[in-house]
Design a protein around this ligand. Structure first.
Ligand SMILES: [Zn+2]
Ligand SMILES: [Zn+2]
Length: 885
């Protein structure tokens, strides 16, 4: 690259990759590297850039408009190599600069949460530190630029952080540069020399050194003229202050080779720039003027920098020209030098290979110093750039990642707020934990867990602060969940009567598996501790039962168990159930509704076997490999059958096995409430016929009924009818809706809210038409309420029907809606059941009702009972056709 091409700044990465063709005359000359960093505010947005412009006496950096760095908020280093003066300027920009800060703020989206934003800023800060470490490792002189005249003590923390980081990463950096062609000392210390740190403060408006003040000062018309200008005194005061602070915090020690940087003991290291003229035109004009003067000055000042500086110090020779930025009035400041002169005294020490001798104390150790050629410096700087900044080269990737892992050391210095937040949140955690565990039972439900967790979070948020808030809140969540799930979780399965299982979290035994209490989680059946008394299918045997958790246990298993002891041998009408045709039948999903009709032949066969089943179910659609999981109801897929029926229909005996004077002879009935209601059906009205001439309706061949057979029906019931219907042929059916409560107390109802109570002889008087022509409630308040506050319900469990031996067709069509709409209507697998004559039939209703969406629980407090009902029309009777002649 030609020298002409180096008249503008390039990024450090580009500089290191460029093969610079140096002038042969200078190729072996040494190179002084000057790093510039620091902060800038909006007023002095391009302060650092303009310094380099001033120092290099060239327009290198555009002071207006965006630099070409892609507009990211990331730190970056720009380089400018001034070959004539053999100075390489490195300029670090970061979020310390208002321009970058603005970009960083723009790149944070509005939705960024607090801790993410914090991470973002910390990331930028860590990057800034790495770039600084790079500058401190490759520069001879460093220039800290600050936008006002007050020393920012945060630098003390920053430099201690950098020092710690440097110590941590030294072995890694050493490994990176071990093959570079530089001196052993450089390789050991990983820098050409302990760099000198110089401070440049810009005086801002709040402390304006006016010309008049300077004039009056220097004019000496007051009693005791000051020796130095106010600016000079400020510089001295700042030097003292900075030195004291860094000595105190041991950033600076006696041996300069042990320090991150040095400051000269007997040279100025603080420079204060007077206030910039606020008139932009004037400012530009003075720029122009100073630039014009520069070219004159250049030849002298760069040639004889240090000597001239000392000369000035001694003699107070007034500079005839000031090259400072802005408006310093010319020729008015005795003993003040320009920024360039200020820097040059240090650069000259480097370029003349004198080095810095900044160690102090009784036995000052000479520190190493090396003036590299450009090519040597580039080799070292490239390796360090790969390791510390770019991280792109494969061969140094491992070192680079190790450097990244050392960045943790910065946290202790830079992240005071994080530390505070961590401590704060850590202290809040135990408080939150104890809030979670207060008043906690040993085992508890999700709801309790959530409530306690909310309480714990409230306590936590009262005490926790800062960026770690979110992280520790998550930990609190996890801790509480762990505590709960680790042996404190309650099984939350609810029984079909809506009571939760009292066990702690457990598994259910698989088919064939034994219960195992010692396993974790234990293998157990659900248990709500609820125990009820219930009767068998026919009603003759009562037995205790546990609160059921599934439909099969509720509606099938319990009754099967009692069948073995009681009603297993009774005649019955079986309801069709699923007959598996495959070894592994599957429960039907919702898609089963569209399941193609397969094996229709088998369906036909079933239809033949159960002719009446086809009345409401198109069994031809039954898929023989799919069964209905649960119960049949009005909303479930048609054509599917469950594996078991939740209903039962048995015949206790012939019609005469019911004695209407004694009522049902079954256990558990309240006194006087086991009587079925008479339902008289007129077979033929005699008043319209010729009395005595009609043939009997009892199907017998005899033309005259025997005196005792005038009324066809239950024997012994005739007495009550003689008077009113003397001349009619009447058949008497007996009907009883039986309710049973959880303690096994039973009664027959003679109206939606009335219990049959027969005190005298003669049986029940209320006609059955009342109960048959209305929707009967599925639940009624139990006549004997328990001591608890909870209402106690009796549930409709059985329908007794005595069908006389008469030409009647009694059809049974039970339909139950166990809840408010849209609760579907439940019915047996077969409807419109024809009850054969001469029988005492018992229809047993399901104990529990459930759909795919879950159980239909019994009513709770204050829920209207009339939403739970057995639809009217459960029984229909028609007189049979006259028997064939
Ligand atoms: Zn359970
Ligand atoms: Zn029984």
């Amino acid at each position: 690259m030609k020298e002409a091409n180096m008249s503008f700044a390039v990024s450090i990465g580009a500089l290191l990759q460029t093969e610079l063709q140096e002038d042969a005359a200078h190729r072996d000359d040494g190179l002084c590297v000057v790093g510039v960093f620091g902060k800038s505010n909006m007023q002095s947005a391009a302060a650092k850039e303009s310094f380099v412009n001033t120092l290099a006496d060239k327009h290198i950096f555009s002071l207006f408009g965006e630099p070409e760095d892609g507009g990211t908020p990331d730190s970056h280093i720009q380089a400018f190599y001034n070959q004539e003066s053999r100075v390489l300027y490195l300029l670090l920009s970061s979020v310390s600069d208002s321009r970058h800060l603005l970009r960083a703020c723009q790149s944070l989206s509005a939705g960024t949460v607090h801790s993410d934003a914090h991470d973002f800023w910390k990331g930028l800060e860590r990057q800034h530190c790495l770039h600084l470490l790079y500058l401190f490792s490759v520069c001879h002189v460093l220039l800290l630029v600050h936008p006002n005249q007050t020393f920012d003590v945060a630098y003390d923390r920053l430099f201690r952080a950098l020092d710690a980081l440097r110590q941590k990463t030294l072995p890694l950096i050493r490994a990176a540069i071990k093959d570079c062609p530089v001196s052993k000392e450089w390789k050991v210390n990983c820098r050409p020399c302990p760099p000198r740190l110089l401070f440049v403060f810009q005086m801002n408006g709040s402390l304006k050194v006016s010309d008049s003040l300077i004039c009056s000062d220097s004019g000496g018309n007051i009693d005791k003229p000051k020796k130095h200008s106010p600016r000079r005194r400020l510089q001295h005061a700042l030097e003292d202050q900075i030195y004291r602070i860094f000595r105190k915090s041991r950033v600076l020690t006696n041996q300069s080779s042990n320090c991150l940087f040095t400051v000269p003991a007997n040279q100025a290291f603080v420079y204060v720039i007077p206030t910039v003229d606020e008139d932009p035109v004037g400012s530009l004009l003075s720029h122009l003027r100073s630039n014009c003067i520069f070219s004159e000055q250049d030849s002298t000042s760069s040639m004889s920098g240090p000597r001239r500086y000392q000369q000035m110090r001694r003699s107070g020779w007034q500079t005839g020209f000031s090259s400072d930025l802005g408006s310093m009035s010319m020729a008015s400041q005795p003993m003040d030098c320009s920024l360039k002169e200020f820097l040059w005294q240090h650069v000259d020490l480097v370029l003349t290979k004198k080095g810095f001798d900044d160690s102090v104390g009784r036995n000052p150790q000479p520190s190493h110093f090396e003036l590299p050629t450009y090519s040597k410096w580039v080799q070292v700087a490239s390796r360090l750039h790969q390791v510390l900044i770019s991280n792109t080269e494969e061969e140094t990737a491992e070192l680079a990642s190790k450097v990244q892992s050392q960045l943790k050391v910065l946290e202790g210095f830079l992240e005071a707020d994080t530390k505070f937040s961590e401590n704060r949140c850590q202290k809040a955690l135990p408080l939150a934990h104890s809030a979670y565990q207060s008043n906690l039972p040993h085992n508890y439900t999700t709801t309790v867990h959530k409530n306690q967790l909310a309480q714990a979070l409230r306590v936590y948020s009262q005490h926790a602060r800062g960026v770690a808030f979110q992280r520790y809140a998550l930990q609190l969540h996890e801790d509480c969940y762990k505590f709960w799930s680790n042996g404190h979780q309650l099984c939350e399965e609810r029984s079909l009567t809506d009571q939760h299982c009292i066990h702690k979290f457990h598994l259910l035994p698989q088919p064939g598996e034994k219960l195992d209490l010692d396993r974790n989680p234990p293998v157990l059946n659900h248990n709500s501790r609820g125990r009820f008394t219930s009767s068998c299918n026919c009603g003759r045997k009562q037995a205790p039962r546990e609160d059921p958790f599934d439909i099969q246990a509720a509606n099938y298993d319990f009754y099967q168990m009692l069948e073995e002891k009681c009603c297993g041998k009774l005649d019955r009408i079986e309801f069709p159930v699923f007959q598996p045709s495959t070894p592994d039948p599957a429960p039907a999903s919702n898609q089963a509704q569209q399941a193609p009709c397969e094996a229709s032949g088998s369906g036909e066969a079933e239809k033949l076997k159960e002719p009446s089943a086809a009345q409401s179910h198109t069994l031809g659609d039954t898929s023989l490999s799919l069964y209905l999981p649960g119960m049949i109801h009005s909303a479930c897929p048609k054509g599917l059958l469950p594996k078991f029926s939740s209903w039962s229909l048995v015949k206790l005996g012939p019609a005469k096995s019911y004695n209407c004077h004694a009522g049902l002879d079954q256990p558990g009935f309240l006194p006087g409430s086991s009587f079925l209601l008479p339902w008289d059906l007129v077979l033929r009205s005699r008043s319209e016929e010729e009395a005595g001439l009609t043939e009997s309706l009892d199907g017998g061949a005899s033309s005259w009924p025997a005196p005792n057979k005038t009324v066809v029906g239950k024997r012994g019931s005739a007495g009550g009818l003689g008077r009113s219907r003397r001349r009619d042929d009447v058949a008497r059916v007996f009907v009883g809706f039986e309710y049973e409560d959880g303690r096994g107390r039973r009664f027959v109802s003679c109206g939606p809210d009335k219990i049959v109570k027969v005190l005298g002889p003669g049986g029940a008087k209320d006609p059955a038409t009342r109960v048959l022509n209305t929707d009967m409630p599925l639940y009624v308040p139990s006549p004997s309420q328990g001591r608890g506050l909870k209402p106690h319900y009796a549930q409709l469990v059985r329908l007794f029907v005595v069908v006389p031996d008469a030409p009647l067709e009694v059809t049974l069509n039970p339909q139950v809606q166990p809840g408010p709409p849209p609760c579907p209507v439940f019915h047996p697998e077969k409807t419109d059941l024809l009850l054969p004559p001469d029988g005492l039939w018992v229809l047993r209703f399901p104990y529990s009702y459930a759909t795919d969406h879950g159980p239909s629980y019994p009513p709770k407090d204050n829920q209207p009972l009339n939403n739970y009902k057995v639809l009217r029309g459960i029984l229909k009777a028609t007189t049979a056709n006259p028997p064939p002649q």
